[in-house]
Design a protein around this ligand. Structure first.
Ligand SMILES: Nc1nc2c([nH]c(=O)n2[C@H]2C[C@H](O)[C@@H](COP(=O)(O)OP(=O)(O)OP(=O)(O)O)O2)c(=O)[nH]1
Length: 137
């Protein structure tokens, strides 16, 4: 039996990992058109996987850490390629983040959030993180 193509867009999940009032920002190493841009660690949800399972898997693969997922932050963002991105807050429960697939990692304080060139779709979510960090103070 043929499986009908799904209309549902591919979902990209991102982790706003927060530690002592700082956000973990990750610089993309590839592909060339995105490399140098800063993003939330994460990636595409695979078939049969829940969104939060995908987020835990991506944080292990990309950063070598286990995270506990908090709450959704920011609105769903429509990406240039038609995918949809959803971001959750997260905390590190095991390990220390290392750039296994990124060029660089930085823990940004609230006042430093605009110091790196975020991928365009991320900018409104970074603003939501800024408000969240303010609430935490
Ligand atoms: N992970 C992540 N991707 C983002 C962000 N903002 C943004 O526009 N994107 C885009 C870049 C990519 O086109 C897409 C995510 O793809 P990805 O390459 O991270 O996904 P993946 O880890 O599953 O990689 P792959 O197996 O397809 O190589 O979403 C973000 O903050 N985090």
């Amino acid at each position: 039996m043929e499986i009908p193509p799904s209309d549902a867009p591919t979902v990209v999940v991102g982790a706003a990992i927060i530690h002592e009032g700082r956000l973990l920002a990750a610089q993309r190493a590839e592909p060339p058109e995105l490399s140098g841009g800063w993003e939330f660690p994460g990636g595409k949800v695979e078939p049969g996987e829940t969104e939060t399972d995908a987020l835990v898997r991506e944080c292990r693969e990309e950063l070598g850490i286990d995270v506990a997922i908090g709450r959704r932050i920011g609105e769903d963002c429509r990406l240039h390629n038609g995918m949809v991105m959803r971001v959750w807050t997260a905390t590190v429960v095991r390990g220390e983040a290392r750039a296994l697939e990124h060029s660089e990692l930085r823990w940004l304080a609230e006042a430093e959030l605009a110091d790196v060139p975020w991928l365009p779709a991320d900018v409104p979510v970074v603003e939501a993180v800024r408000r969240y960090l303010k609430e935490l103070r």
